[in-house]
Write a protein that binds this ligand. Structure first.
Ligand SMILES: NC(=O)CC[C@H](N)C(=O)O
Length: 208
């Protein structure tokens, strides 16, 4: 596939930043609000935002089942922050029984780093990429537990959350706790575009 169309789930969240990153990479990028738009996509990004609102809107706009079907059918999908929560098979946050689209065999903790005030930035190593990534965390989840098929791509490097898993891949699904669409570093988007284009991405290590 030479020129894939990649959609960005566009009912809520930081859609524009992802569209801009994809366009910078020369990808045909479209916002997805309706099932017909999803049908045109070879891959999908689910952005950061507010995951409970995203679930409600996906239901209200009849996108929930089509999304679940495409993801289960192997469409490459990349979730960032709230998008990671959408893709997780299991969520813990102490309060809700929030449903998920699922697909990634991970357990995520919502707002794991704390509430609003605990948004932070930091550099971290990302499997397969040359040099560190500057990661921006905004009321972010972290991954508490991963299944046997899940590759860990990044962990927090230092501070109280050091060692926490913040990026994963399982087959055609990728997710980061942080926001790679913020700023001008498009390497993580490029890795996802490669995954969509070739069915595989940069060589990643396997860790549990
Ligand atoms: N920046 C984000 O996407 C925050 C995610 C949000 N805290 C949620 O639980 O859905």
């Amino acid at each position: 596939m030479t020129s894939p169309t990649i959609g960005v789930f566009a009912l809520q969240g930081d859609v524009r930043e992802h569209l801009r990153a994809l366009t910078t990479l020369g990808v045909d990028a479209i916002g997805v609000r309706r099932p017909e738009e999803l049908e045109r996509c070879h891959g999908l990004i689910i952005p950061g935002g507010e995951s409970t609102t995203m679930f409600k809107l996906a239901r209200a706009f009849d996108l929930f089942e089509p999304l679940q079907k495409r993801i289960a059918g192997g469409m490459p999908t990349f979730g960032t922050c709230a998008g990671m929560i959408m893709l997780a098979d299991r969520i813990v946050d102490g309060t809700s029984d929030q449903e998920t689209l699922g697909g990634l065999d991970i357990t995520v903790r919502r707002n794991a780093f704390g509430r609003q005030v605990d948004s932070f930035e930091g550099d971290l190593a990302f499997e397969g990429l040359d040099g560190p990534v500057h990661a921006v965390f905004i009321r972010a989840p972290w991954v508490e537990q991963v299944g046997a098929e899940v590759e860990v791509l990044a962990r927090v490097a230092s501070g109280p959350a050091a060692g926490r898993i913040v990026a994963v891949r399982q087959g055609s699904l990728m997710a980061t706790s942080f926001h790679p669409e913020v700023g001008s570093d498009t390497r993580i988007h490029q890795a996802f575009v490669d995954l969509v284009s070739t069915g595989d991405t940069v060589v990643v290590g396997k860790e549990r």
